[in-house]
Design a protein around this ligand. Structure first.
Ligand code: F6P
Length: 326
């Protein structure tokens, strides 16, 4: 293989996700294996602009595969959204001779990479690092499996106390624009209803279904609401309290615990595999794609497409939820 790059930078951008460290480790070790020089860029695009960049070796990524968060830290950079910001970042790469980038992040981070590669001749390879699993072109995103398992563990515990008191819990999980964490955690904990931003919630329907279950004396104790759902869990509780005053309800917002913790085996393996392929991409001269896995095969989606499309949730999923919670 004739390498198309000789010095590469790796960075994390946007919200962190468990497994990012495993991804960084794979990028660094595969890069070094192929004789590349590898540089860590701290705090995402902010570190690129501020020249917070250091050379990495095999030891830089020792003992991190099991750790949540990211050793490179992460940030959202407004300055990188401007040409002037990107130019500063480019100058910092140029002076070190860095001629390839690997970016771990979600669609916002890919948008930054896309803009950067439009302006300057530096190939960018994305790795889908987000707990939201909302990127089209991959069945997995690094961190989703850990986040959803964290949510499931918490919801199982809530179910115990909900059951003990015959209470209805409305539990809010993460996902600003995406309902995947809600959908998967809701199905796997047997929730009555799952409310997600991809589907407009019919409040009348929700209230009617709760009333009907109340008549049947079916104990209803879990509703899962994605953060991005209008008004979140608190709004849903308010409506239910007004309409069905007899129901004893509580709200629990799981929040950022879903973003931390040791990555699952799935996230570590996916991140390792994707990190390895990111380097293969750079070595082969691919540019401006993100590395995904579709039906267990590597899949490369142009960043320009990735920033336009979202992962969709099919109607069949909602049907499964309705049938199984009856
Ligand atoms: O994109 C991941 C995510 O955790 C979303 O689910 C959530 O809306 C957002 O990040 C919260 O980000 P932060 O609290 O870091 O601003």
């Amino acid at each position: 293989m004739t390498p198309k790059v000789s010095k590469i930078g790796v960075l994390c951008s946007g919200g962190d996700s468990p497994g990012m460290n495993a991804g960084i480790r794979a990028v660094v070790r595969t890069g070094l294996y192929y004789g590349l020089e590898v540089f860590g860029i701290m705090r995402g695009y902010t570190g690129m602009i501020e020249d917070d960049i250091f050379q990495m070796d095999n030891r830089s990524v020792a003992n991190i595969i099991q750790r949540g968060g990211t050793i490179l830290k992460t940030a959202r950079s407004a300055e990188f959204m401007t040409y002037e910001g990107r130019k500063k970042a480019y100058d910092n790469l140029k002076k070190r001779g860095i001629n390839g980038l690997v970016i771990l992040g979600g669609d916002g981070s890919f948008r930054g990479a896309q803009a950067f590669s439009n302006d300057f001749d530096i190939p960018c390879i994305g790795l889908p690092g987000t707990i939201d699993r909302d990127i089209a072109g991959t069945d997995f995103t690094i961190g989703f499996d850990t986040a959803v398992n964290t949510a499931v563990e918490a919801i199982d515990k809530i179910r115990d106390t909900a059951d003990a008191h015959d209470r209805l819990f409305i539990i809010e999980v993460m996902g600003r624009d995406a309902g995947y964490i809600a959908l998967h955690s809701g199905i796997s904990t047997g929730a009555e209803n799952i409310l997600i931003p991809e589907r407009k919630t019919d409040i009348e329907n929700l209230v009617a279904s709760l009333q009907e279950k109340e008549r049947r004396k079916k104990l209803v104790n879990l509703i899962i609401v994605a953060e991005g759902e209008k008004g979140g869990a608190e709004y849903i509780e308010q409506v239910i309290k007004e309409r069905i005053p007899g129901l004893d309800t509580r709200v629990c917002i799981l929040g950022h615990i879903q973003r931390g913790g040791a990555p699952t085996c799935m996230d570590r393996v996916m991140a390792s595999r994707m990190g390895y392929h990111a380097i293969e991409c750079l070595m082969e001269g691919r540019h401006n794609v993100f590395v995904g896995v579709l039906q267990n095969r590597m899949n490369y989606t142009p960043l320009s497409e990735a920033v336009k499309k979202k992962q969709r949730i099919s109607e069949e999923w909602m049907k499964i939820v309705r049938i199984l919670s009856s």
